[in-house]
Design a protein around this ligand. Structure first.
Ligand SMILES: Cc1cc2nc3c(=O)[nH]c(=O)nc-3n(C[C@H](O)[C@H](O)[C@H](O)COP(=O)(O)O)c2cc1C
Length: 199
């Protein structure tokens, strides 16, 4: 199947088969793929936390509103986190990036102030979500991106001090009776003519 057809058939899974497991080889690949995500000036302000421990997964499911059952039945949960403090971010880029990139940040991003800087950092983490969802589509892994979680409670549970959770993704194998399957619930998008233009 070509990539377009894979994107046509991927969808947000609402019910997982609790027996379906993503292999450790595929998890290793996903970790490497996430680490290869592009970001503005190669800023990489993120952490990707793969939740292996079943007890921790259960605790996180409890603070995930309507997403609870999906997480419990999924194979793996991944929390996407961003650096909390702008000072920590600046230290990280000073240690890792070439002068030109640091100057771009200093002249184009930093003057906009803390709210804008934090928003810019979070944008980078969302890019990595796109990469992960596309990779899952390509690899035949089912997925559920989730903003519907209590991010502050995720932070209390995961205790990754310098980082805070932005969203999470459950991955696994769809249940046969998942009503969100496109055969049951047709995939809906705005008409291409209203979204895609050429000049
Ligand atoms: C950033 C983001 C957050 C989302 N949060 C949730 C969520 O908390 N729970 C859920 O069931 N779906 C969630 N979704 C799934 C979207 O509703 C879904 O991607 C959209 O309706 C398009 O459908 P499709 O992914 O099946 O093609 C989220 C999607 C994105 C990209």
């Amino acid at each position: 199947m070509n990539f377009l057809n894979k994107m046509k058939t991927r969808y947000t899974v609402k019910k997982y088969n609790p027996q379906g497991k993503v292999s450790s080889e595929q998890i290793l690949q996903l970790k490497e793929i996430l680490n290869l995500s592009p970001s503005s000036i190669n800023s990489q302000p993120w952490n990707f936390v793969f939740i292996n421990d079943n007890q921790v997964k259960k605790e996180l499911a409890e603070v995930s509103y309507f997403n609870k059952e999906k997480i419990l039945d999924s194979s793996h949960l991944i929390a996407f986190q961003v650096l909390k403090n702008v000072e920590d971010f600046e230290k990280q880029i000073e240690e890792n990036l070439p002068e030109g990139s640091i100057n771009y940040y200093r002249t184009m991003v930093k003057p906009k102030g803390e709210i804008e800087i934090k928003s810019w950092l979070a944008h980078q983490v969302y890019l990595s979500l796109g990469i992960l969802l596309s990779a899952c589509a390509d690899m035949g892994i089912d997925s559920t991106p989730m903003e519907g979680i209590e991010t502050d409670k995720y932070d209390d549970i995961l205790k990754n001090d310098s980082y805070e959770t932005v969203f999470a993704v459950a991955i696994g194998e769809r249940s046969e009776d998942d009503t969100n399957h496109p055969m049951v619930t047709t995939k809906k998008r705005l008409k291409s003519e209203t979204v895609i233009f050429e000049v």
